[in-house]
Design a binder for this molecule. Structure first.
Ligand code: FMN
Length: 186
């Protein structure tokens, strides 16, 4: 059996808290999170994502995004400095065919943002718990799917990352035929 290699530090430290401190994120640092999403890969390099975002400095916009979340998420997300929604363009710009990777790619961009957030000791928490009609009413055109909502902010003092719960790796990496792969030892 091979010796386990350490995971990248940012991947190890990333997690999704429900305890935020509402203090501001410096604009340059916030911008670096957007740059991270901007750098993500995508099918045909179409970058099918658009993100709707607002910070607490834009209280009306922030309130609209918060209001689109289910109450259970509002309860903690209200303390995050930035709230947002990911969206993905349903059709490829280059030929008009359906792009079934649109939210796949938006998710990749969101994950890049989460990793860049971790670099700055900030935390991004994705949310599927939102009202789809209210999310759509944020101005998302019909040509776009709404993906996930998300919150980004500073961690509340004392909040502790819980142990990660994950399904076995061997159940996630298979070989063709949907059987256990010898590449995965556990
Ligand atoms: C698309 C998506 C939807 C999610 N929806 C919610 C949600 O509505 N509420 C919530 O508290 N967490 C939500 N989560 C967070 C997950 O529960 C969390 O990522 C998962 O438990 C793994 O924990 P970790 O991110 O701390 O590693 C969501 C995450 C993703 C990626």
């Amino acid at each position: 059996m091979q010796e386990a290699q350490p995971l990248n530090d940012l991947l190890t430290r990333r997690w999704s808290p429900r305890e935020y401190d509402p203090k501001p994120i410096e604009p340059a640092i916030l911008h670096s999170l957007f740059d991270a999403a901007h750098s993500a890969f995508s099918c045909f390099n179409e970058q099918p994502w658009h993100f709707i975002v607002a910070t607490k400095e834009q209280p009306e916009h922030y309130a609209r995004i918060l209001d689109a979340l289910v109450p259970q998420n509002q309860a903690w997300a209200k303390d995050a400095w930035l709230l947002g929604f990911s969206t993905g363009k349903k059709a490829f710009a280059h030929n008009g065919n359906p792009n079934r990777y649109n939210l796949h790619d938006a998710g990749a961009a969101l994950f890049a943002m989460a990793i860049q957030a971790t670099e700055h000791n900030l935390y991004l928490h994705g949310m599927g718990g939102y009202d789809p009609n209210k999310a759509r009413a944020l101005g998302v055109p019909d040509e776009y799917e709404v993906g996930a909502a998300f919150a980004v902010g500073h961690l509340k003092a004392g909040a502790v990352m819980p142990p990660r719960k994950r399904n076995p790796l061997a159940a996630q990496f298979l070989q063709p035929g949907w059987t256990t792969s010898p590449l995965v030892s556990q």
